[in-house]
Design a binder for this molecule. Structure first.
Ligand code: PLP
Length: 336
């Protein structure tokens, strides 16, 4: 196997295999390592028909000394448990989640991008209703699967800003729906608006609150963060957005620097007043957003090229902690 680490993007690459645990008769089994990237799934599995499916996304990094460490896996375990409760799926206990993640990484060590390449091993836990059900009701059998795939550095040079759009004819979620959990179907619902945004020349789409379209919710696959002109870290509070682990971590780093952190409703108009805006999430950490278009209205934010200084320095500190170049003062990294 030879991987060109410099050319890796964010694409699926086959590895040595995945880990699979099955829940049956009220308990999770000991799990097995499966080499082939296919499932034998019942044709009436509830995941296929009724969307009883959810997932997570986290990363493992190789450090300068060669040690591989996970980044905040228990936060993903807890978020998956919250999603499972909402979908009437039995929760995966935290220890089992962590054991399965460690097991699949240990079996795929040669796929962890080396230190200095900017890459990481992306870990994708998946939890699905695998038992048959023809009426709409929860399954009696579930599968917890964990796959890994190596991903490359998103930014080869500096952080590159993107344009975002608001498509007022689409919502990501309903006001009392499932926007706050990582349900697979949320992403199917987002595909059409995402492709429309892309065709119109926008990298990402921004959603407003589904009830009134007055407040900012989040981007299709990331939270919104803004730096106000007086230097506060501002991010929307909403019951319909996914609690981003990256956003939470960046808030901690902002507080560490003595910044005022405001998690509160953010009116769409307020975006105009921000000095810097970005999308944040595990895949890229921070994507600066320098333009937001809604109908005929264009909002320009921050420098036309590159990233604003505050987000740039939060990004640098965050990624330094991830790869072990800065001390892990928050206890975010976990041994495999
Ligand atoms: C809808 C949505 N919001 C936000 C995020 C960012 O969350 P995190 O920082 O935990 O990756 C994601 C990615 O998981 C997402 O899918």
């Amino acid at each position: 196997m030879s991987i060109d680490w410099q050319r890796l993007g964010f694409q699926y690459l086959d590895t040595n295999g995945h880990v699979c645990h099955v829940w049956r008769d009220g308990r999770w089994d000991a799990g097995e390592f499966v080499q082939e990237p296919y499932l034998r799934l019942h044709i009436a599995a509830t995941a296929l028909h009724y969307g009883q499916a959810c997932f997570e996304g986290l990363k493992a990094f190789c450090r300068r000394d060669g040690e591989i460490r996970l980044f905040r896996p228990l936060d993903n375990a807890r978020r998956m448990a919250a999603t499972a409760r909402r979908l009437c799926i039995p929760e995966v206990p935290e220890e089992l989640f962590l054991d399965a993640v460690r097991r699949v990484i240990r079996a795929n060590l040669e796929f962890v991008p080396p230190y200095g390449t900017g890459g990481s091993l992306y870990v994708r836990p998946l939890l699905i209703g695998s038992g048959p059900q023809i009426g709409v009701s929860p399954a009696t059998e579930y599968a917890f699967l964990v796959l890994v795939t190596p991903v490359g550095a998103y930014y080869k040079g500096g952080l590159t800003p993107v344009r975002a759009t608001v498509l007022d004819q689409y919502d990501r979620t309903a006001p009392l729906g499932v926007g706050n959990v990582k349900v697979a179907g949320n992403y199917a619902a987002g595909l059409e608006p995402h492709l429309i945004a892309q065709r119109q020349g926008f990298a990402i789409e921004l959603y407003l609150d589904a009830r009134e379209h007055r407040y900012v919710d989040e981007f299709g696959t990331s939270n919104l963060i803004g730096i106000s002109r007086d230097g506060a870290y501002v991010t929307p509070r909403s019951d319909s957005i996914l609690p981003s682990i990256t956003n939470h971590g960046l808030q901690e780093l902002a507080r560490e620097r003595g910044m005022d952190v405001q998690v509160r409703p953010v009116l769409f108009e307020e975006l105009r007043s921000f000095a810097e805006v970005a999308a944040c999430g595990t895949a890229v950490v921070i994507t600066p957003v320098n333009e937001i278009v809604r109908g005929g209205e264009v909002i320009r934010i921050g420098p036309a090229t590159g990233c604003g200084p505050v987000l740039q320095s939060l990004y640098e500190r965050y990624t330094a902690i991830q790869v072990g170049d800065a001390e892990d003062v928050f206890g975010w990294t976990v041994a495999i």
